[in-house]
Structures are given as structure tokens and as C-alpha cells.
Design a protein around this ligand. Structure first.
Ligand code: ADP
Ligand code: NA
Length: 330
């Protein structure tokens, strides 16, 4: 097709995607499938950069795919697949490893954060080089746009550098991609500590909105969100991070602008905002959970859909890899 290409990947995390994943990334996946030739994958190769249980990984990979479908990805409008089903990722990953400086890789802040959590001695070389595998993930599909949250910006920069380096050294081969980061939702914050990003690994249990939680639990978490000692419902990310985070979430899920929200909450208390957001969240997660469960209840359909996705992805990936092999002298 002549449409620009989009590519993104998401880890098969245990349990559930969280609201930060959805608002920062998955929502953009769904939008871009309408305008782009879009490729989305569950990145199981990235999942083994930290110790994994094989049966759990397999289940989480299906769970991730089911949640992406439940979010609105449509296999007729995009290519949805599992990374390990396309061996070209690892193959191009090696070439990209050989193009990356050790110092350059050492500067990736995500590795510093993630290895600190693992304990420096236990972090694997795979965790160290995972941004470089991510470079290959993107370049294989000649992606123009990469929808991600703010925390991935540095990795897209690395991807651009390596694409340009390869092209300069071996001749025009790769499209140089751009990050597609929606400013408003690029960083959703923890509900209990609105100074840190909502994340599977760093959030407190009460500050993390899992999309597959019991809706009652979700409502409870929203209602106990940390705000501030002021009483005005106003967007001010610096001085009122808690309230601002709630406004961002409500605005995105309802399509109401932040100024409109500020106006409608004039003279009202924080409790009103939280109650409304809790209702909106419950309305959002209830059908999401049901749709996810439908896909999980029919693993044969899910697997066959992912197999077809892998076939479509491989056709593109194999062509890029063949060109790359030729250029490097294989
Ligand atoms: P986590 O950070 O919880 O481990 P991932 O690294 O798997 O999640 O992120 C998957 C996608 O979700 C990435 O594109 C990432 O940028 C985005 N993302 C993760 N957390 C947030 C957040 N709090 N706000 C916005 N986007 C996020
Ligand atoms: Na499309």
C-alpha cells in the first residue's frame, strides 16, 4: 500500500496493561491503523531480557494480543503479530548490534533504570542491548512513525542515528523513522505519587490502574487518588500534578477539552472530579474486560489470527533483511 508505515511493540506483561500503556501508546495504535500501513507486535523477545517462566510468557503473550484486540486493533486494518514468530528481528538485531558503539548503548537511560532494579550484577547482556533490538524492530518495516510514550524517545533517537549511519555507510536502505508522541498523554502519572510515571514496575499497587482490574477496584483507586491541599480544579502540571493527571485522563477518555473541564468544575470539590472520572473509567474498563475475555476464551481463533499476522509481517521483514544482507556483504 502507499500509506505511510507505522510500527510499535508492547511487552507481554503479566496480568494486564495499565492506563499509561493505553493512553500513551495503544490509543495511538488504534488511531494510526486508519491512516497508516500499521504493524503492531507483542515483543516477547524483549520479555526474556529479565527472567521469565515459559508457561507464563506464553499465556501473557496471548493476553497481550487479546487486550490489543479489545482496545480496537482490527486485523483487517493493521498487521498484529508476535515478535518471535518473525525471525528477521533477531537477524537484523545482530547487524544493528555491530553498528552500535558500546558507549552509545551505555547511554540508554532505560537500561540504567531497569538494570538498577535487577541489581547490576544480575542484569543480562540482552537487557543491555534491547534498545538495539528495538532499532531492528522498527527498521525492518521501514516505519515512518513510531507511536510511543515519552519514555521511549531516546530509543527512537538511537533508531534514527543507526538508520542514518547504515545508509551513509552502505547506501540508502532504511527509512529514518520519527516518534509519534501525543504530548498530552505522553506521560500518565501514578495516582498515589503523581510525580512518578505510572508503570508496572515502579508504581504502588493503589497508584496503578490495571485495565483488567475489577471495575469496583478501579473506581476505588480513582477515588483515593492523591491531589493537593488547594481546592481549585485547574490544570497546572508543575504545582498541581495530581489534579492535572486526573484532568488529562478524563479529557482524553471523554473527548472534552481541559479548559471545558476546568469551567464545568468551577466551584466544585475534588470529590466531584474523582467521582466523574471513576464512572468514566468503569464505563471504559467494563466492556474492555469482556472483549479481552472473549478472545482468551477462543485461543484457536486468536492463534490463527496471530499466525496470519506473522505471515504478513514476514513478507515485509524478509525483503528488508535480504536487502540488508546484500548491502553488508553476506
Ligand atoms: P512499562 O513502562 O509499564 O513497563 P512498557 O515499557 O511496556 O510499560 O510500555 C509500553 C508502551 O506504553 C510504551 O510505548 C511506553 O512509552 C508507554 N507507556 C508506559 N507507561 C506510560 C505512561 N505512564 N504514560 C504514557 N505512556 C506510557
Ligand atoms: Na491501516
Amino acid at each position: 500500500s502507499d500509506s505511510p508505515r507505522a510500527l510499535s511493540g508492547i511487552q507481554p506483561t503479566a496480568g494486564s496493561f495499565h492506563l499509561g500503556n493505553y493512553l500513551g501508546a495503544i490509543r495511538q495504535y488504534v488511531a494510526l491503523q486508519e491512516t497508516h500501513d500499521a504493524f503492531y507486535m507483542v515483543v516477547d523477545l524483549h520479555a526474556i531480557t529479565v527472567p521469565q517462566d515459559p508457561a507464563e510468557l506464553r499465556a501473557n503473550t496471548r493476553l497481550a494480543a487479546a487486550q490489543l484486540l479489545a482496545s480496537g486493533l482490527d486485523p483487517e486494518r493493521c498487521t498484529l503479530f508476535v515478535q518471535s514468530h518473525v525471525p528477521e528481528h533477531a537477524q537484523l538485531g545482530w547487524i544493528m548490534n555491530c553498528l552500535t558503539g558500546f558507549g552509545e548503548a551505555s547511554r540508554m537511560t532505560q537500561f540504567k533504570d531497569k538494570s538498577a532494579k535487577q541489581g547490576a550484577d544480575r542484569a543480562t547482556v540482552g537487557l543491555f542491548t534491547y534498545p538495539i533490538l528495538q532499532v531492528a524492530d522498527i527498521l525492518l518495516y521501514q516505519a515512518n512513525q513510531v507511536p510511543v510514550g515519552e519514555d521511549q524517545r531516546q530509543h527512537i533517537e538511537l533508531t534514527r542515528d543507526l538508520a542514518e549511519r547504515f545508509n551513509a555507510r552502505f547506501g540508502e536502505t532504511f527509512t529514518v523513522p520519527a516518534p509519534h508522541i501525543v504530548k498530552e498523554t505522553a506521560k500518565i502519572f501514578d495516582l498515589q505519587d503523581p510525580t512518578i510515571k505510572m508503570s508496572k514496575s515502579a508504581s504502588t499497587p493503589k497508584g496503578l490502574i490495571n485495565l483488567l482490574d475489577e471495575p469496583k477496584m478501579t473506581a476505588k483507586k480513582v477515588k483515593s487518588a492523591v491531589t493537593d491541599t488547594d481546592t481549585v480544579i485547574r490544570f497546572d502540571a508543575e504545582n498541581k500534578p495530581g489534579v492535572s493527571n486526573l484532568l488529562t485522563i478524563l479529557s482524553t477518555l471523554t473527548g472534552t477539552t481541559i479548559p471545558e473541564l476546568e469551567k464545568s468544575y468551577e466551584g466544585k470539590m475534588y470529590g466531584a472530579l474523582k467521582t466523574d472520572l471513576a464512572d468514566v473509567m468503569v464505563e471504559f474498563v467494563t466492556p474492555f474486560r469482556a472483549r479481552t475475555q472473549e478472545y482468551l476464551d477462543d485461543p484457536e481463533t486468536l492463534d490463527s489470527l496471530l499466525a496470519k499476522g506473522a505471515e504478513k509481517a514476514r513478507a515485509v521483514a524478509a525483503e528488508t533483511l535480504a536487502q540488508t544482507y546484500d548491502k553488508v556483504g553476506f
